[in-house]
Design a protein around this ligand. Structure first.
Ligand code: NCD
Ligand code: ZN
Length: 348
């Protein structure tokens, strides 16, 4: 039975939701990760430091007092975000990034940015104070093929933006293509990317395996096998520009299993275990610690954890459902096996 011990990992992109949904999912993330960059796409979105502070308290209140988990808050960038709000966010010490959703690109992005030029004053201040820009990198243009939306956004919007704001740190969130891997690899210093477990484990065939599979639908959508292979190479290659971000995004069962199903896959119940599968399959378990526990912290200017997490190769079956407020949550790989499990956690 193989074992691997790594510094406690962090999740650099997660959706924790709010209210009863928050209470249902936050413990899964806190059990595995020491910190997480928490997405601000609530309704209404988290657009101010004050709202981020209140949300942070709700997250901590949803966890056992001794969890030790630290939520790293983000602001939702709009065309009305002011430089003063950016300065307040940085000074608060609790906000670690500002999220750009192109308006209409994904779940709860209608308050997002339609014209990126209108955010330049905020971006300028972010570069000045050292607050990273976290990007949902897809054009929402319905005329662009859904499988090309990432590439189009990176080339048409993000490349000029990264050049214009040369000291702005940028995370291209949940990259899904070989094109994005190449884009990030060849970008200037200060540009990095997160990679989800589902984009490392599946290609778009998973969406159509024997019928339409709503629980494999997320945005950006799963891509080709060649893209998946490029992501695996990037994640397991020991390159510090690529780090862990699950994009775990829970939705109630009925809203996924629907004529118009929501985008988002819930993976928090097995997140680090799933990445261990990917690194194991690549013969690169020795590089899991860099990807999961070091590179992201380095990018955000934080120390890696001194506590550790031990994973053991001991297959377990994922439950069919978890409780989710008044409803149900169908986790990724429901009723199927995950090969690794958490064995032990240690103090510093
Ligand atoms: C996310 C959600 O549900 O909030 N969905 C998703 O498919 N990833 C939004 C997002 O990150 O795009
Ligand atoms: Zn997301």
């Amino acid at each position: 039975m193989r074992r691997i011990t790594i510094p406690r990992p962090d999740d650099w992109h997660v959706h924790l939701r709010d209210g009863a949904a928050l209470a249902a999912v936050a413990p899964f993330t806190a059990r595995r990760f020491g910190r997480a960059i928490v997405m601000p796409n609530l309704r209404p979105p988290i657009t101010t430091t004050e709202a981020a502070r209140a949300y942070r308290h709700r997250i901590l209140a949803a966890l056992p007092p001794a969890s030790g988990f630290e939520p790293l808050m983000t602001l939702y960038l709009t065309e009305s975000t002011t430089p003063e709000e950016i300065a307040r966010a940085k000074a608060s010490g609790i906000v670690h990034g500002v999220k750009l959703y192109p308006a209409g690109a994904t779940t709860h992005s209608d308050a997002g940015v339609a014209d990126v030029d209108r955010t330049f004053a905020a971006l300028e201040r972010m570069a000045e104070v050292g607050l990273p820009l976290l990007v949902h990198g897809e054009t929402p243009d319905p005329a662009v093929d859904p499988f090309d939306r990432e590439a189009r956004f990176l080339d048409d919007v993000l490349a000029p933006l990264a050049a214009r704001f040369a000291s702005l740190r940028i995370v291209v969130e949940h990259i899904t293509t070989r094109h994005a891997v190449d884009f990030v690899r060849s970008a200037r210093a200060g540009v990095a990317a997160t990679i989800t477990p589902q984009h490392l484990l599946h290609n778009r065939g998973a969406l159509f395996a024997g019928g339409l599979r709503p629980h494999y639908y997320c945005l950006p959508v799963l891509k080709r096998e060649a893209d998946r292979c490029a992501l695996v190479e990037a994640a397991t290659g020991g390159e510090s520009r690529f780090f862990l971000g699950t994009d775990s995004a829970p939705h109630e069962r009925a809203t996924k299993e629907s004529a118009c199903g929501c985008a988002g896959m819930f993976t928090a119940h097995a997140a680090i275990e799933l990445y261990a599968e990917v690194f194991e399959a690549a013969g690169r378990l020795d590089r899991l610690a860099g990807f999961a526990s070091r590179f992201g912290a380095e990018f955000y200017g934080l120390e890696p954890h001194r506590e550790t997490l031990t994973l053991v190769e001991a297959p377990w079956t994922v439950p069919d459902r978890y409780a989710f407020g008044d409803g149900q949550l169908v986790p990724y790989r429901a009723g199927e096996t995950v090969r690794w499990r958490i064995e032990a956690e240690s103090g510093a």
